[in-house]
Design a protein around this ligand. Structure first.
Ligand code: KG4
Ligand code: ZN
Length: 334
């Protein structure tokens, strides 16, 4: 069964063809970073307009790269939410219209479920049940996954998402946008132990997070320095901040594995591309004898292969969206 996936929840227009929920035949991502860069963050109105320009070429390219004609597509899956409403509407409305015109089934996919499916999109996917740490720009949470469509939220951030904290700290240091990758690269030149920022474990037996305190501590530290000292110390500040976030994320993930009795763990979402996080979780998982699954870099950030993979299972289960279905910006709990 070949599914065409479409993703447009934020600032990437993406399309992919995935076979049987596991085999990626193509995955095309058109990034809008250059458009939003001068503004230091995503401008929703510009994002929607760019999605409109990009959606047809991106879908065409995904079909071409997969060597698949439209007649071979069995269903369409598109991100329904959460995300920016204007951005979501472009991909979701396109998918509805496309499916209607072609007489194909179409299903709306939760973007977060999509990220979780990136753990399964590998040659060596985890066995169920497993625990997944989802760390992106909009979400940070730990989930207990018992089947491709069944999951339970164990805990999530009470304030900023981890990626959001990376982006905000990069902005404070005047490093530009998008901040996660910049902080990650700069940290290589810094000493992670020179400045000890707080580790917000909250209740060590629970799985909630809070990153706004670290962010405020970084801001307070920066404001005590003169401008020249800020520049000189930027790498140590970045490395110290990154270390605090990474320690808490890894600790809670490993703790969740022992709490649920799972042998397999996964890290997914944009921040899963962070080299220090990968290194730390690899070490901590090995120390506990846990099997770790981290997607390929190309699947950490937003992409449509993950939407096609999750959508495949939903369609097989009989789920279907209609023309009356709408996008949603937030989920109360997921
Ligand atoms: O999953 P994603 O592409 O979009 C959302 O669903 O939010 O995640 C984007 C987030 C951004 O906050 C970005 O700064 C962060 O992931 N990110 C990173 C790295 N690469 C991307 N954070 C830390 N280290 C990285 N290497
Ligand atoms: Zn995402």
């Amino acid at each position: 069964m070949k599914i065409l996936g479409i993703e447009s929840s934020c600032d990437d227009t993406a399309a992919a063809v995935v076979e049987d929920g596991i085999k990626i035949l193509s995955s095309v991502v058109s990034s809008q970073v250059k458009i939003h860069h001068p503004f230091g963050g995503v401008v929703p109105e510009l994002a929607s307009r760019q999605h409109i320009k990009a959606i047809i070429p991106v879908v065409n390219q995904a079909l071409l790269q997969a060597g698949t004609s439209l007649s071979e597509i069995d269903g369409i899956a598109a991100t329904q939410g959460p995300g920016l409403i204007g951005s979501l509407l472009v991909g979701f409305s396109f998918a509805k219209a496309f499916a209607f015109a072609l007489g194909l089934p179409m299903v709306g996919v939760n973007h977060l479920l999509g990220h979780i499916h990136t753990a399964l999109l590998s040659d060596n996917p985890p066995d169920f049940p497993f625990v997944a740490l989802l760390v992106s720009g909009g979400h940070t949470g730990i989930y207990h996954i018992t089947s491709p469509l069944e999951f339970k939220l164990l805990g999530q951030t009470r304030d900023d998402a981890a990626g959001e904290a990376f982006d905000k700290v990069a902005k404070m240091l005047g490093l530009g946008y998008p901040g996660g990758k910049i902080i990650s690269n700069l940290s290589r030149k810094g000493d992670p132990d020179k400045i000890k920022f707080p580790r917000p474990y909250l209740d060590k037996n629970k799985f909630d997070f809070s990153f706004s305190g670290i962010k405020t501590a970084v801001n307070r530290y920066i404001s005590t320095l003169k401008e020249t000292a800020q520049e000189k110390n930027a790498a140590d500040i970045a490395a110290g901040f990154q270390e605090a976030v990474v320690e808490v994320l890894s600790y809670k993930l490993i703790r969740a594995a022992s709490h649920t009795g799972c042998q397999s763990i996964a890290v997914v979402g944009g921040v899963a591309a962070n080299a220090r996080l990968r290194e730390k979780v690899i070490k901590d998982a090995a120390a506990k004898g846990l099997l770790l699954h981290i997607p390929d870099f190309s699947l950490c950030g937003d992409n449509a292969a993950m939407i096609a993979a999750a959508g495949y299972h939903q369609l097989r289960f009989g789920a279907k969206s209609g023309l009356e279905d709408d996008v949603f910006s937030r989920v109360a709990t997921f």
